[in-house]
Design a protein around this ligand. Structure first.
Ligand SMILES: *Cc1c(COP(=O)(O)O)cnc(C)c1O
Length: 456
C-alpha cells in the first residue's frame, strides 16, 4: 500500500513563528505554567483543540463571498437548510452560533428539575447546559470505554442494559431525552457502532423517549463504522450517515468540528411543536430563525463543509493521521489511549510521569514540557480540569490524568505530525527530570482555563 497523502494542495499559507527553548521556558513561566494563557503566536504547533481551527477549502472561501446577508429569508439559509435536511432527513433546521447554543435552547425546553438526560457520555458543555436547567445528566458508557489501554472497535458505545434498567427505576416520564454523542469526545474520540445506535433507539422507542444525536463528529464516526463494522465496508460514508441519522428524532451540532467552519452550529428535528418552542427562544438569544447566531457567509461555509467532510479520501487521511501518530508513540513505549480515536491522541500522564503524584498535576507538568521542548500546545484532561476538593481541602483527583493532542482538520501535514512525535519521544526520554506543579491561583469553576501554577 502506498503512502496515504494529504488529499489537498495548499493555496494559502500562514507562517509558523519559531521560538527557542530558552524563550519558551520564559514564556511558559510568564503564562504561569498554563498554556491557555500563552499568546497563540508563541505556539508553533497548536493542538489545543480541533474546534473552530479547521482550514476552510477554496470552495468554502468562495462561499464566504457568495454569502447572502439579508436579515430574513437569505439564500444562504436555504442552502444551509436543504443541505442539513438531505444529510439528516430532518425537516426542521435551526441555525445557532455554536453547539452549546443549540444545547442551551434544547435543554431550556426539555430539561428542568427532576428530569434526567441520559447518554453514552455527555460532552462538558452539554452536561453544563443540562445541569443549568436543573436536570441531571447521566452517562452509561460501555465497559470497554472505561479502560484506556485496552483496544476495542467501538469504545464510545452506550451500555444499553444499564440504560433500560435506569428507565425502569426512574420512570420514562422523567427522561425527556436520550443523547448519543458521536464520536464520544470526552471518552477519547471513540466511535459508536450502528448496532449500538439501533439498540439504543429500540429502547427509546419502547418507552417513547426521543433520541437525539450530538453530531459534532458524525463523519469521523461513520468512517469508523465503514472500517470496523460488519456489513458497512461497501457502503458510502454518506449512506452510512443517512442511516445513522434515520434512527434519531433530532440532533445538535457544532459546525466547528465536522463542518470545517470556524464558527456555527444547528439543531435539527421532526417535532413541529418542539421546533416552534426552540425558535421562540432562538429569536431572544440568537437571532431570527433564518440566520440564528450566524452571518449569511457562515451559513454558506457550513453548507459546503458538511458535504466536503464526507469525502472518503479526506476521512481516510484524517483517521490515518491520528492513528499514525499513535502508532509511532506506541512503538516507542509511550503510554497512549488505544485504539486511536477520531480527532486526537491522548497520552496517559500518570503512566508517563509515575514519579509525579496526582496532586502535583502530572498532565499539566507534561503539557508544559511538550511546550518547552518543541513549542507544541496541548491540553490537560485530568485533575486540573476535573479535580475537586474534599471538606479538608484535599484534592479529589479525576479518574484519569490525560494529555490531549487534538489535531485541527486539514491544517498540519505529515512532517508536522512527525515533528510532534519526535518532540514527545524527546520528552519521554527526559521524563525523570519533569517536576510536578502546585496551584497558586484558581477560579471557582472551570479553573483549568485561568489557573496559575508554579513548579515544585
Ligand atoms: C464541541 C462540542 C460541543 C459544543 O460545541 P461548541 O461549538 O464548542 O459550543 C458539544 N458536543 C461535543 C461532542 C463537542 O465536541
Amino acid at each position: 500500500m502506498k503512502t496515504i497523502i494529504e488529499p489537498f494542495r495548499i493555496k494559502s499559507v500562514e507562517p509558523l513563528l519559531f521560538t527557542t527553548k530558552e524563550q519558551r521556558k520564559e514564556l511558559l513561566q510568564k503564562a504561569f505554567y498554563n498554556p491557555f494563557l500563552l499568546h497563540a503566536d508563541d505556539v508553533m504547533i497548536d493542538l489545543l483543540t480541533d474546534s473552530g481551527t479547521s482550514a476552510m477549502s477554496s470552495a468554502q472561501w468562495a462561499g464566504i463571498m457568495l454569502g447572502d446577508e439579508s436579515y430574513a429569508g437569505s439564500k444562504s439559509f436555504y442552502h444551509f437548510e436543504s443541505t442539513i435536511q438531505q444529510l439528516t432527513g430532518m425537516p426542521l433546521v435551526i441555525p445557532t452560533h455554536q453547539g452549546r447554543a443549540s444545547e442551551k435552547i434544547l435543554f431550556s425546553i426539555v430539561g428542568g428539575k427532576g428530569k434526567y438526560i441520559v447518554s453514552n457520555t455527555l460532552f462538558d458543555t452539554t452536561r453544563a447546559n443540562i445541569e443549568y436547567s436543573g436536570a441531571e445528566g447521566v452517562d452509561f458508557l460501555c465497559e470497554e470505554g472505561k479502560h484506556p489501554s485496552i483496544p476495542a472497535p467501538f469504545k464510545g458505545n452506550m451500555d444499553v442494559e444499564a440504560f433500560e434498567k435506569f428507565i425502569q427505576e426512574k420512570g420514562a416520564a422523567n427522561i425527556p431525552l436520550c443523547m448519543v454523542t458521536v464520536t464520544n469526545n470526552s471518552g477519547g474520540g471513540q466511535p459508536v457502532s450502528m448496532a449500538n445506535i439501533k439498540a439504543v433507539k429500540a429502547v427509546c422507542s419502547k418507552y417513547s423517549i426521543p433520541l437525539f444525536i450530538d453530531a459534532c463528529r458524525f463523519a469521523e464516526n461513520c468512517y469508523f463504522i465503514k472500517l470496523r463494522e460488519e456489513g458497512y465496508s461497501d457502503k458510502s460514508v454518506e449512506s452510512i450517515a443517512h442511516e445513522l441519522f434515520s434512527y434519531a428524532d433530532g440532533c445538535t451540532m457544532s459546525a466547528k468540528k465536522d463542518a470545517f467552519a470556524n464558527i456555527g452550529g444547528f439543531l435539527a428535528m421532526y417535532n413541529v411543536e418542539l421546533a416552534k418552542q426552540c425558535r421562540n427562544l432562538l429569536v431572544i438569544t440568537e437571532g431570527f430563525p433564518t440566520y440564528g447566531g450566524l452571518a449569511g457567509r457562515d451559513l454558506e461555509a457550513i453548507a459546503i463543509g458538511l458535504n466536503e467532510v464526507m469525502d472518503e479520501h479526506y476521512l481516510q487521511y484524517r483517521i490515518r493521521s491520528i492513528e499514525y501518530l499513535t502508532e509511532k508513540l506506541v512503538a516507542a513505549g509511550v503510554p497512549v489511549m488505544q485504539p486511536a480515536g477520531g480527532h486526537a491522541v491522548y497520552l496517559d500522564a500518570k503512566a508517563f510521569l509515575p514519579h509525579v503524584p496526582v496532586d502535583q498535576y502530572p498532565g499539566q507538568a507534561l503539557i508544559g514540557a511538550l511546550y518547552v521542548e518543541g513549542g507544541i500546545r496541548s491540553v490537560e484532561i485530568g485533575s486540573l480540569m476535573f479535580g475537586k476538593y474534599d471538606a479538608d481541602g484535599k484534592l479529589i483527583p479525576a479518574m484519569m490524568e490525560l494529555v490531549r493532542l487534538a489535531i485541527p482538520r486539514r491544517v498540519y501535514t505529515q512532517s508536522h505530525i512527525d515533528y510532534v512525535a519526535e518532540v514527545i519521544l524527546e520528552v519521554f526520554e527526559k521524563r525523570n527530570q519533569i517536576r510536578g506543579l502546585e496551584i497558586v491561583e484558581e477560579a471557582p469553576a472551570l479553573r483549568h482555563f485561568t489557573a496559575k501554577l508554579k513548579p515544585l
